[in-house]
Design a protein around this ligand. Structure first.
Ligand code: ATP
Ligand code: MG
Ligand code: MG
Length: 406
């Protein structure tokens, strides 16, 4: 309703709103997807006001936000207008206009994390250069500008070769694998050509993928969540197991690498560090997201302070909360969309129906306006006393007529 939006905007400008929450800072979030929605959920518990900027009128965060400004988070003028209305500016997506954030910072706008962090992270090649300069272990990588360069990289790194687009990548859209030199050309075409800005990574022969959510407060306190295992299917996060079933030494190494990686970036908030564990016990960094992340969704039910509450605490300057687990084990299962007419179209709804009867299970549905193939539509978190029991509870959801609680 336009009228109420207008009066709200006027009162925001006049700073007439009585504040009774845990912080008087109005948090502005660039993006209003599921991460923005879950930030709003955590904010309501603390009576912190969250405004979102998203072009979709019915974006997932819209119905829960204190205010939704309809507009592009990639448009300089719109972001500047949005920034005027909030006390601190943060993000739920890194593909925003970093130059505008830098300009806003110069004008005194409080961006958390800092624009410099967004600039580094949103270009995966720049990110790799940054982390290698800070002594973080990574798969070898190299920029490629033409077919000859890509072939040279293939000779150097061997096959399979991971070809990645530098920018605008998510859920594996932006990655192509060349199994041999003959595949390079079609992989490059699939990524939109060399002009798109490409680089290659040496294949990481991982035995597991791990992730660590790291939180940094405004006072520079850094706290790490327990290491989790992430299982991907077709490049998209499918299942997260918390904590990861790896030896103590590996947990320590993964936490140390993540701590060091986040220490090299500027600003408050939560950061997700994606890692590869190799068979010889090495930890290599895959990438960092400067925001709440899919690998941290389990924290809503399984940790004392969820990643969303932690992000808000961090950006408004409250003390960080306890990141440790309050349940022994948790599994998060992503509900991915299918096209209409595909056999799996109703699978998500079937699973939800069953999950509602599963002990320890919590259903999250993001209320996205449209279901699309491989789009993250919701997730289910199951907690329990052991991984065996939690896995059995998850498996019971896939059995016909299943869902008997254990
Ligand atoms: P996200 O949704 O996490 O942002 P993304 O599109 O940025 O995903 P990446 O994280 O780069 O994609 O890669 C997606 C997945 O592809 C990884 O989780 C991993 O399973 C695989 N992968 C990426 N890089 C490599 C590599 N160098 N060697 C082997 N597998 C890789
Ligand atoms: Mg990514
Ligand atoms: Mg990734």
């Amino acid at each position: 309703c336009q009228a109420s939006h207008e009066s709200l905007e006027t009162s925001l400008r006049n700073e007439e709103i009585p504040v009774h929450g845990l912080s008087k800072t109005i948090v502005g979030v660039l993006g209003g997807g599921q991460l923005g929605r879950m930030l709003c959920q955590a904010a309501s518990q603390m009576a912190i006001k969250v405004m979102v900027l998203d072009p979709l009128v019915n974006c997932p965060a819209s119905s829960l936000a204190y205010h939704h400004m309809v507009g592009s988070f990639d448009d300089s003028a719109t972001v500047q207008e949005f920034a005027k209305r909030c006390g601190v500016l943060t993000i739920e997506i890194e593909h925003v206009d970093a130059a505008t954030l830098e300009k806003l910072e110069q004008q005194g706008v409080d961006c958390q994390p800092k624009a410099s962090t967004i600039r580094i992270i949103q270009d995966k090649y720049l990110q790799k250069v940054h982390f290698s300069q800070h002594g973080i272990p990574l798969p070898e990588f190299m920029q490629i500008g033409d077919l000859e360069g890509a072939k040279r990289a293939g000779e150097l790194f061997g096959y399979p070769l991971m070809i990645k687009s530098k920018r605008l990548a998510y859920d594996g859209r932006g990655n192509e694998v060349a199994k041999s030199e003959e595949d390079i050309s079609s992989a490059v075409t699939a990524l939109g050509g060399f002009d798109r800005g490409l680089y290659v990574e040496k294949w990481a022969p991982f035995v597991k993928e791990l992730a660590v959510i790291v939180a940094r407060g405004r006072d520079n306190t850094i706290l790490c969540y327990p290491v989790v295992e992430t299982i991907h299917k077709e490049n998209i996060c499918h299942i997260v197991k918390a904590p990861a079933d790896v030896p103590w030494k590996i947990r320590k190494l993964a936490t140390d690498v993540s701590y060091k990686a986040v220490s090299s970036l500027e600003g408050a908030g939560v950061f997700a560090v994606e890692l590869f564990l190799t068979s010889d016990g090495q930890i290599l960094l895959n990438e960092v997201a400067p925001r709440p992340h899919n690998s941290g969704h389990h924290t809503i039910e399984s940790c004392y302070t969820s990643q969303f509450e932690q992000h808000l605490r961090a950006v408004v300057g409250l003390p960080l909360g306890d990141p440790s687990m309050k349940t022994p084990e948790a599994i998060m299962y992503n509900l991915l969309g299918e096209d209409e007419g595909e056999p799996g179209f109703h699978l998500a709804h079937q699973l939800i129906g069953r999950a509602l009867n599963v002990q320890g299970a919590t259903v999250h549905w993001y209320d996205k306006p449209e279901m699309r193939r491989q789009r993250k539509m919701g997730h289910i978190t199951i907690v329990g006393p052991s991984m065996g029991i939690v896995e059995a509870r998850l498996n019971s959801m896939f059995k016909e007529g299943g869902s008997d609680s254990q």
